[in-house]
Design a protein around this ligand. Sequence first.
Ligand SMILES: [Zn+2]
Length: 93
Amino acid sequence: MSEDPVNANYPPGTVAICSPLSLQAYFADDVTGTCADCGIAVCFRPYVPKHVIKICVACAEKRAIRKGSKLKTRVTQQTLAELALYYSKGTKQ
Ligand SMILES: [Zn+2]
């Protein structure tokens, strides 16, 4: 049985750190939602699966500095490629 490549990148319990919607969205096709911790509006990429917990940057920081935090961060290859594209053009997609 082959593993779904999308879910392999986002196992259950995965948290996506999202940009607050009050800031500029990075890409025109960004999707909006709410931070699971504080409820502010956030935006994220459309390929982030529904089961992934979306939190804002400020809440991610709070989770990271919490005593005994097990929050680990990583970036998918797709995200790296999109960030490289974004910064190479210096403009919104
Ligand atoms: Zn938040």
